[in-house]
Design a protein around this ligand. Sequence first.
Ligand code: HEC
Length: 206
Amino acid sequence: MDDQNTTIAGWVLFAGIIALGGSIVSSEVFYNERPKTMGYPIEGVEVEGEAAEAEQPIAVYLAAADPAKGEQVFKKCAACHNADPGGPNALGPNLYGVMGKPHAAHAGFAYSDALKGVPGSWTWDAMSIWLANPKKFAPGTKMTFAGLGNPEDRANVMVFLNSRSASPLPLPAAPAAAPAADTAAAETGEKEGAAKVTGPAGAKTN
Ligand code: HEC
């Protein structure tokens, strides 16, 4: 009886050792494979998300944008920006009348060389690209804000900023929703759209 028990205990112990060894080996194998299996799905999700957003030019979202919603979005900016006429510069420059102004042009604010080095003015497209990812638009910018990934948020906050201006920009013509237009096609479409609309040309002749 005792002998039998000892033998059984021995086998149980032996089985335990095998199981333990096996689990160490399998965890090492699993550990080696893990980064691969974890990496791919996450990449896939990100690419899908970006592709879905990239399909529509910002003009499409602007056509449906709402300044009241933009004022809510602007709460994310208000820690650093004031948008009242004659309002103060804070961590960031006062933004009253910024739409349509040249980049980095508000008097009395010490802009980074990074933003000063980007030529041009705050068109709808430029502002959308900037707000989506400030560091990508002007690498080295002082604006430590991650960006607004949602194009609806960008469109809303832009029409809000445009309402805070003595000379608001006309909205871009919304292009007919083209399936999966790439950036070049979207730009051409917008230029064509702008040319057809008498707004900017008419404004100049007046
Ligand atoms: C953490 C502070 C901070 C936050 C939050 C922030 N900004 Fe800024 N912003 C700055 C700074 C600093 C600059 C100047 C950038 C430079 O000189 O590189 C700037 C510059 C800008 C400019 C360029 C102004 C010009 O005169 O050319 C715009 C437009 C702007 N911000 C819009 C926004 C909007 C819209 C939001 C919210 C969605 C926002 N910012 C959030 C700090 C901030």
